[in-house]
Write a protein that binds this ligand. Sequence first.
Ligand code: AMP
Ligand code: MG
Length: 288
Amino acid sequence: MAEHQEHSPWTERPSVALRPSNTGPIADFDAGSTPGFDGDKSLGEKTLVERGRALDDLQDMLYANGRSGDHRSVLLVLQGMDTAGKGGIVRHVGGLADPQGLSIKAFGKPTAEELEHDFLWRIRKAVPPAGHIGIFDRSHYEDVLPVRVHNLVPESEWEKHYEMINEFEQDLVETGTTVIKCALVVSKEEQRKRLAERLDRPDKYWKFNPDDIDERAYWDDYLEAYQAIFDRCDTDSAPWYVIPANKKWYARLTVCELLIEALDSLDLGWPAADFDVDVQKKRLAASA
Ligand code: AMP
Ligand code: MG
């Protein structure tokens, strides 16, 4: 954010304001707030366009380094209740970057084959390769969300998942993947509106799942499950960010900013030539 400091609309960095230790209990969280951002929707959207260019430049550099032997990558984990806007983040934030440097993976209900393996099996297969930004639309955290809320496996089993997740993420970080985890939080009322919109618009029917209405009955259990995640799996090396998502523009801008900060922290430069530039210039000049 350095070059924007003077005119930055941010009064506090989202990477600080949105850590669970600063946002307080999820049950009291205001999903309509815009922490740290001093501006309205139109400024937010304008800022996203500007910051999208910074994201794109940094991603180019990450990709170039990946092609030159640097093994590092970035993984963005997206979680959120139905309609929270995970797909919108993929489209509107991922869409600011070069598709060839993105690895996007959505995790639905496990298939029969996936259920034969431990819950991290399908996740491990999807971690981003060197130089890529990976985006997980849902993730291994589903195994402590619906799996916990509905006891899809016995409690004695899902209880172990938290520690397994921490170990898995620690390994990822140690092998060069920067991990950031974003929980998009909508209010129950905002979800009602978004589901109603899906039912009113033929171009949105495909997003509607009748089960989503049943899940609303478990709202408080999901909040409790999210709180457990923040209490047990928010670490400085793989931090969680709690993102108010009633205002889509704010959620998108924030995720973009968090990605930029993650990329900035890699201190990337352009890879040096692994050939003699002058020699190659002369060869080119001499070629037909
Ligand atoms: P969507 O993201 O709308 O395509 O929905 C995917 C569905 O798969 C959601 O209802 C998720 O909760 C569910 N899902 C994803 N992963 C798991 C998992 N490991 N166990 C149970 N349900 C899951
Ligand atoms: Mg859905």
